[in-house]
Structure formats: structure tokens, C-alpha cells
Design a protein around this ligand. Structure first.
Ligand code: NOJ
Length: 546
């Protein structure tokens, strides 16, 4: 198999807590993932990326890891992880696992040792411990703000009960940041990569890759709140101000610092010492694109998530710009495309929700699958799911809790998947409840129901992946041209034309060839020479406006 398989791979993101459970569990587990894998392989994807399933107190749904080299009992055991890797490989799927190098859980043995060790000890140096400001040290060491709201520092309590030093956490207080300038931290984090490579994984999605280095003088950040707002995907609206705000991230006190690339090179050296067909993808919300390119130099990550595209509003200008900007410099590496993930609203919801939001999501998925590079699909996107209005009493996201409910957080996109049947938990497990409740309307959206419906989103995605696969080495190997004609976005790759109508109304177009794929449920309009609103067509031949 090709060592560069990931250049045009389709990668399916599994969020294990909500994918599928064995037995009567209300939360997902690895045996559940194994049971669901064949359905994912049948979609026609090349790989799966698993969000964390490691030992964790679950303060941030598993992104707070107390042992990076073990599986949390609620997800199963290391043997289950090995069985999963094997099962995936037997189905022809590669396995990418999440890797969280920026922070650990406050229950991690190192952090507990640090709390019980003196100031300036080696144990504390693995983290960022500082004295507070003010005569009694009662103010945080500086003005840095947590991504999850509030100060990025929490004060410790000494063994005698007196207030102690403060420690840094860019996310929840249960997620202390490690100090990557410390050689022990480097060694241990790299050993975690080796551990999972020894288990047979094919790559890593690297969490908060842009945060690994901090300004070690711990100076105040200019516009500290603006910096945090700059990485809030939900605040981005495509306006010039949103773009400008994002530039704050560039070499700031805590994000996108030049020094972090040294650590990335260490990681890459480990990967390269194993195999030449591994992939690493950086979660790094950086801007402008030149900053992003720095993460995918030949000795750094293989890929970086393309968040510019993920947040692009539904209009030809924003989508066309995001696509053209990405394609303009393909020398920096192959592009990636994603429409949502476990941290964002589901794409159908982001694009307006309801039947229209779903129609747009289907159209955008079809457009995306025609682009060069690799595509990441978040579980449930292939079912056309929308965010669920989770009752406050069920909400679990630290973003919700730490903002006092001002920000809803990410639970709406994390509701357990519907598999089959007509009542909760829709085959997720044998339980009738799930950790976040599923809506009754999901009965018509189960995988089972959609398999039986020719026009379902599931069958649309499967068809798109089939065609993409068939044309992979021919038409879809050609560089595209992108043109905008009012509300039509037209992508041309060799003898294939992909047209997206982002408008509400049908637009007349003349086509010379056949309709290969239509994102709409029913498509009578091709013959009539007009593409419906919120629709994407894949056509052989060319199109023109009459
Ligand atoms: C990004 C992850 O995707 C998100 O879910 C998590 O909360 C933060 N990093 C912290 O690990």
C-alpha cells in the first residue's frame, strides 16, 4: 500500500463515548466501536480517527488523561484496544489515535507528585508552577485566560492547609499544562507515541498542537480575552474583523509560538523511525495560512486541520475564498477538509438547521468530497444529524459549567449515535437511555432506516465515496479550477464538473454530460436544465449558464 495513502484519504472520526456501546452501557466503549466498525468500512472510508479512550477522570470527556498508555475501564482494556486495531486492519481501515501532548489530568501521577513536592522541585518543573502576584500571592501570576473561561491559573493548597503556588491550565483546572522545556516531559510524551506505535496504530491526531510552547517569562498577554475569542470557532463569522482577530494567535504568549516546532520535529523523528506510511495531523487553529504551513514542513506534521474551511459561511464568496486560499499553496502539503467535529456544531445545524440546514450540509459534503486532499467526517455527519438541544441537567461540557451556562458548549454534537430501531437508545446499546438523551425523531435517521432509503444522507455519502474512489486516479487526480458565478460555485477537475448552488432558488444551467451525483433527495431538475437551491451536482462534461 502507498506510504502516502493519507494524501487523498477519507477519515472517519469516532468519538468513542458516543459511537456505540456493548451491553447495557449508557456510554460507548471499545467493544462497541469494534461492533460498529464494519458499517464504517462499508461507507468506503480509508481510516478512522478515535478521540481519546485513555485512563481519564473525564473532566473534559477524556481529553484529561491520567495515564496515556492505558485504556479507561469505562472504555474497556488494552486488550480491547489491540483487538480494535486488529479489527480495523482486517477491514482495510487505518487507525489514527488522539495524542494529547499539551496537558494531562490533575489525577496524573506526575501532577499529584508535583502537588506534594516543594517549590522549585523537579516534580513541579514538569508543569508550570508560579508564585501568585500581590503581597500574599493571592492574584494569578499573570493575565492569561483559559480557553474554557476564567483565569488560566489555579491556586494550590499546601500540605498544612495554607494557600500555595499557582499552576497553569489552558483548559480546565483538571487539565494542568505540562512544561515541554523539561527533558523528562519530552521523553515521556515521545514514549507515549512509541507505545501506541508498538500497538500498531497508523497515526496520530495531535491535540492543541499550537499550545505546546509557552512564553517562559510568563509575561502578560496583550488583549488576553481577544486571544481566547480568536480561537472560538463559534465567534468566527467570516467578517474582516474575525480574520483580523485571529492574527492575535500568531506567536502569542501561549499559542503558535516558534519554539514549539522543535517539539514537533521530535515527534516526527519518532514516527519516521517506525514506518514511512504513518500520518500525523495537527489540531492548530492558526492564521494566516503561512503560519499554518509551518506545521507541515517535511520534518513536522503531515497534515494540519483546515479550520478556515470548517467555519466558512454558506455563500460562494466565503467558500470559494477558503477553497482557493487552501489550494493556492499545495506545495505546503496536501490539504485537509472537515465540516464539523466533536468541538463544533454539527454542519447541518451550523448551516441553519431543519430541512434546509440538512440540504445545505448534504450539498457541502458533496462539494467537499470532490476536493483534492483528505476529508475528515465526524461521526453522524453521514446520517445528516443535527445538534440536539440537550437539557441543562445533562450537560457535561466544562465550557458550559465554567461559563456559568453563558456558552452552551459542545454536548449538542456529542449525543450517542442512532443505529437501529424506533426508540432510544436506537441500538446504541441495550439500554433505553444514553448519557446524553437522544431525540425520538432520530427513529427515521438511524443507520438501519437510512440503509433502506435510497435517497438517505447515508446512501448519498456512500455513493459520493464510491465515485470518489473510482475517479481517484483519473479525473480526481487533476488540480481543480474554482469559479464563482453569483450563487453558483463551480469546481472543475478534468472531465468532471461539480456545481454547488448556495442560493435558495433554482438556477438555470446547461450541462453537456451526465449527472453522476445529486445531493438532493429527488432530482428531476437535471433534465429541465436548472439546479435546485442548496444543491450540489457532480457532472461529466461541462456546464454553462444559458
Ligand atoms: C481540543 C479537543 O478537541 C477538545 O475536545 C478538548 O476539550 C481540548 N482540545 C483540550 O484537550
Amino acid at each position: 500500500m502507498s506510504s502516502t495513502w493519507w494524501h487523498d484519504a477519507v477519515i472517519y472520526q469516532i468519538y468513542p463515548r458516543s459511537f456505540r456501546a456493548s451491553g447495557s452501557q449508557t456510554q460507548g466503549d471499545l467493544q462497541g466501536v469494534i461492533a460498529g466498525l464494519a458499517s464504517i468500512a462499508a461507507l468506503g472510508v480509508d481510516a478512522v480517527w478515535l478521540s481519546p479512550f485513555y485512563a481519564s477522570p473525564m473532566a473534559d470527556s477524556g481529553y484529561d488523561i491520567s495515564d496515556h498508555r492505558n485504556v479507561d475501564p469505562r472504555f474497556g482494556s488494552l486488550d480491547d484496544a489491540r483487538a480494535l486495531i486488529n479489527a480495523a486492519h482486517e477491514l482495510g481501515l487505518r487507525i489514527i489515535v488522539d495524542y494529547v501532548p499539551n496537558h494531562v489530568s490533575d489525577q496524573h501521577v506526575w501532577f499529584q507528585e508535583a502537588l506534594n513536592s516543594p517549590i522549585d522541585s523537579m516534580e513541579r518543573n514538569r508543569f508550570h508552577f508560579r508564585d501568585g502576584k500581590g503581597s500574599d500571592g493571592s492574584e494569578p501570576p499573570n493575565n492569561w485566560i483559559s480557553v474554557f473561561n476564567g483565569p488560566a491559573w489555579t491556586r494550590t493548597t499546601n500540605a498544612d492547609g495554607s494557600p500555595g503556588q499557582w499552576y497553569l491550565h489552558l483548559f480546565a483546572p483538571e487539565q494542568p499544562d505540562v512544561n515541554w522545556t523539561n527533558p523528562q516531559v519530552q521523553q515521556d510524551m515521545l514514549d507515549t507515541l512509541r507505545f501506541w506505535l508498538d500497538q500498531g496504530v497508523d497515526g496520530f491526531r495531535v491535540d492543541v498542537a499550537m499550545g505546546m510552547a509557552k512564553d517562559m517569562t510568563y509575561a502578560d498577554q496583550d488583549d488576553a480575552q481577544g486571544l481566547i475569542d480568536a480561537i472560538r470557532l463559534d465567534l468566527f463569522d467570516g467578517s474582516p474583523e474575525s480574520f483580523e482577530r485571529r492574527e492575535l494567535v500568531n506567536n502569542s504568549r501561549i499559542f503558535d509560538r516558534d519554539e514549539l516546532h522543535e517539539y514537533v520535529r521530535m515527534m516526527r523523528a519518532v514516527l519516521d523511525s517506525y514506518r514511512d506510511d504513518l500520518v500525523s495531523v495537527a489540531e492548530a487553529w492558526v492564521y494566516p495560512p503561512e503560519r499554518a504551513h509551518r506545521y507541515i514542513r517535511p520534518d513536522e506534521f503531515h497534515q494540519i486541520f483546515n479550520f478556515d474551511f470548517l467555519v466558512a459561511p454558506w455563500d460562494t464568496q466565503h467558500l470559494g475564498d477558503a477553497i482557493s486560499r487552501t489550494l493556492a499553496d499545495m506545495t505546503a502539503g496536501t490539504p485537509t477538509w472537515a465540516l464539523d467535529n466533536h468541538d463544533t456544531p454539527r454542519v447541518a445545524t451550523r448551516l441553519g438547521g431543519g430541512p434546509e440546514g440538512v440540504a445545505r450540509a448534504r450539498a457541502l459534503m458533496c462539494l467537499t468530497l470532490a476536493l483534492p486532499g483528505s476529508v475528515y467526517i465526524y461521526q453522524g455527519q453521514e446520517l445528516g444529524l443535527e445538534d440536539v438541544n440537550v437539557p441543562d441537567s445533562e450537560r457535561d461540557d466544562p465550557v458550559w459549567h465554567r461559563s456559568g451556562g453563558a456558552q452552551l458548549g459542545r454536548d449538542g454534537a456529542r449525543v450517542p449515535l442512532p443505529w437501529a430501531g424506533d426508540a432510544p437508545s436506537f441500538g446504541f446499546s441495550t439500554s433505553t437511555t444514553t448519557w446524553l438523551s437522544q431525540p425520538h425523531q432520530w427513529a427515521s435517521l438511524t443507520r438501519e432506516a437510512q440503509q433502506a432509503d435510497e435517497q438517505s444522507t447515508l446512501n448519498l455519502v456512500r455513493r459520493a465515496l464510491d465515485i470518489r474512489h473510482d475517479l481517484r486516479d483519473t479525473s480526481l487526480a487533476q488540480h481543480p479550477t474554482v469559479t464563482i458565478d453569483g450563487e453558483l460555485l463551480i469546481l472543475r477537475r478534468d472531465d468532471i464538473t461539480v456545481v454547488t448552488n448556495t442560493g435558495q432558488d433554482p438556477r438555470p444551467i446547461s450541462t453537456t454530460g451526465d449527472l453522476l451525483l445529486c445531493s438532493r433527495r429527488v432530482s428531476a431538475d437535471h433534465a429541465q436544465g436548472s439546479i435546485p437551491g442548496n444543491t450540489t451536482w457532480w457532472l461529466t462534461g461541462s456546464v454553462s449558464r444559458p
